[in-house]
Design a protein around this ligand. Structure first.
Ligand code: THU
Length: 130
């Protein structure tokens, strides 16, 4: 699995988004260490706070299926599914990544023209865990 293929899978996942309230469609593709990939989209709710982000949808699907070891995630998003800029993961999603991933976990933040690679340590320094 190349970063470019993971990016393509995140873009495909974005088309599954349920985002009638914000209009922002988000997609994620999570690479497990065994090579399997889980896609996720954001799923909004009229009460707003029950909304689930694309990244967490991908993680929760994978964890339910027994995966605990992850290599990388690609993320994209944009109004009406049009990518005009980067869509970095929110703080809650970063903390979920922290639960399951090592500091060198790769995060590909997709922009209009390509993607930027960051690590979890870059995006969540001095992180909390038990
Ligand atoms: N969203 C994600 O899916 N991932 C993030 O990391 C940040 C925000 C979604 C939630 C909501 O449906 C929409 O983007 C606008 O906030």
């Amino acid at each position: 699995m190349t970063p470019e293929k993971l990016v393509a899978l995140a873009k495909e996942a974005m088309t599954h988004a349920y985002a009638p309230y914000s209009g922002y469609k988000v997609g994620a593709a999570l690479l497990c260490s065994d090579g399997s990939v889980y896609q996720g989209c954001n799923i909004e709710n009229s009460a707003y706070s029950p909304t689930n982000c694309a990244e967490r949808t991908a993680f929760f699907k994978a964890v339910y299926d027994g995966h605990r070891d992850f290599t990388a995630i690609a993320i994209c998003g944009g109004k009406d599914g049009v990518i005009t800029g980067s869509f970095p993961p929110c703080g809650v999603c970063r903390q979920v990544m922290r639960e399951f991933c090592k500091p060198d976990f790769q995060i590909y933040i997709i922009g209009k023209d390509g993607y930027e690679a960051q690590t979890l340590a870059d995006l969540l320094p001095h992180s909390f865990s038990l």
